[in-house]
Ligand binder design. Structure first.
Ligand SMILES: [Cu+2]
Length: 466
């Protein structure tokens, strides 16, 4: 019989058990640490590797933060200091951005805006204290279509101070790769798609595996963490074989947990599910994404062992994160219009360009990661409350992500919104949405679409908090 502890370890299949060792430990796919326990921090070394994604083929030139397999799942603890050394093992510049973490601007990882880019064999030290618990992720913010497209996306879990009481915690990194039948990379994007919804991958993966199967405890309580780290895809998540409760979205506990039917997860977004597993051994649950052609399998979960016979009622509710409540009565409203742009040029950049400009925020297409990106979209006064009016003039969906600060969803002209706190809002075609925040984090914060082709062809800007 597996004990609870063994299940916790087994749950991070592909990410492994806790690393011991103090000092600068290199994390690989089968070693993961509560990184902020080690005072000196961890080493994250982006590098090329060959890896088999499709049976019988070896995909050459993938990228990971380690010598083998996908990027390690980083586990931290809320309110405890964390440090990581980025040592660039690529032949091109890179940085690391910590998606969703409300941390100082100097460690936000945006080249030129918050730090110099990090070139081959150079290093950069990131250190911060995560103020919020939940499911986050990390990735480069330089040549992102290429670097993320080839594998540089990893999950980052910040644990609540008190264990909510799950038997297993299973993170799933959902993403595609654009491969030919021979398992080799094909062109990352097609311009006609970049000017529309974005270019989808050809191989769907979960933790770099096609339709993996995980063992889960019979009758146990599972925390399933889903992160859409793909450069394009909007997932429509459903679970077949057990009831699942949505307990958190984009790292923040939902106002009231609700049963999952089908829920959209845009690029950059995350979902935490509480699942009471079936009482019989050998039962199979299917994690799926709904598509036009019917459900597609992302991963299978199969129950194993004697019946734990747990109840969802035994879980401790997730405490809300300490995100300040905006003062709506005294908030200033700022419009942000997301539109198509007719310009068809791109500015050369060390951090890559698609060679096209298709999109704009407030009619200004982002010039790319360049030394002088131009002025901010808005200047916010530190401590003041703001309402961002997000106006989507396009027929495409855009997961709009703000760095450094979380915001609360207020209302939409198309649907009723939960008052969610988030870092990434999925803006539907032609939708107008209002969100609110307290500008409490000084610095220049990038505000962009997380469909990377959109981000890299104009749909980016920044706000300045002073
Ligand atoms: Cu977009």
């Amino acid at each position: 019989m597996l004990t609870r502890r063994e299940f916790v370890a087994a749950g991070v299949v592909g990410a492994g058990a806790a690393a011991s060792g103090v000092g600068l430990a290199e994390l690989t796919a089968d070693r993961v640490a509560f990184a902020n326990e080690a005072s000196a921090g961890i080493l994250l070394k982006p590098q090329r590797l060959d890896h088999s994604l499709l049976p019988g083929t070896m995909t050459r030139g993938m990228m990971s933060y380690g010598v083998e397999g996908p990027a390690p799942v980083l586990r931290m603890k809320q309110d405890e200091p964390f440090a990581a050394e980025l040592l660039n093992g690529l032949e091109e510049a890179t940085t690391i951005h910590w998606h969703g973490l409300r941390i100082p601007n100097a460690v936000d990882g945006v080249p030129f805006l918050t730090q110099p880019y990090v070139y081959t064999n150079e290093s950069f030290r990131y250190h911060f204290t995560p103020p919020d618990a939940g499911t986050f992720w990390y990735h480069p913010h330089c040549n992102t279509l290429e670097q993320m497209g080839k594998g540089l996306t990893g999950l980052l879990i910040v644990a609540e101070p008190e264990d909510p009481g799950f038997d297993q915690d299973l993170p799933l990194n959902l993403r595609d790769f654009r491969l030919g039948d021979d398992g080799q990379f094909i062109r990352q994007f097609k311009p006609r798609n970049a000017a529309r919804g974005g270019t989808l991958g050809t191989v769907m993966t979960t933790n770099w595996q096609v339709e993996p199967r995980y063992v889960v405890p019979t009758g146990g309580l599972l925390r399933l963490r889903l992160a859409a780290t793909d450069v394009t895809r909007i997932y429509r998540i459903k679970i077949d074989g057990a009831d699942a409760q949505v307990i958190a979205l984009d790292a923040n506990p939902v106002p009231r947990p609700f049963p999952l039917t089908v829920y959209p997860l845009g690029a950059g977004q995350r979902m935490d599910l509480a699942i009471r597993l079936p009482n019989r051994e050998g039962q199979v649950l299917r994690v799926e994404t709904e598509s036009g052609a019917g459900p597609r399998l992302l991963a299978e979960l199969v129950t194993l062992g004697v019946d734990f016979n747990r109840s969802l009622k035994e879980l401790r509710p997730l405490p809300p994160n300490p995100v300040p409540e905006p003062d709506l009565a005294n908030a200033t409203t700022i419009p942000f219009t997301f539109s198509w742009s007719a310009e068809k040029s791109g500015v050369e950049s060390i951090c890559g360009t698609l060679g096209y400009t298709f999109w704009a925020i407030n009619r200004v297409p982002w010039p790319g990661d360049v030394p002088d990106p131009g002025g901010p979209l808005a200047v916010l006064k530190q401590g003041q409350s703001y309402i961002f009016r997000l106006i989507n003039e396009t027929p495409n969906s855009h997961p709009i992500h703000l760095h450094g600060m979380s915001f609360k969803l207020l209302r939409s002209n198309q649907r009723k919104l939960m008052p969610l706190v988030t870092d990434t809002a999925l803006l539907l075609p032609q939708e107008q949405m209002e969100v609110a925040l307290v500008a409490d984090n000084p610095g220049d914060w990038v505000f962009h679409c997380h469909v990377i082709e959109h981000q890299k062809s104009g749909l980016t800007g920044y706000v300045k908090v002073v």
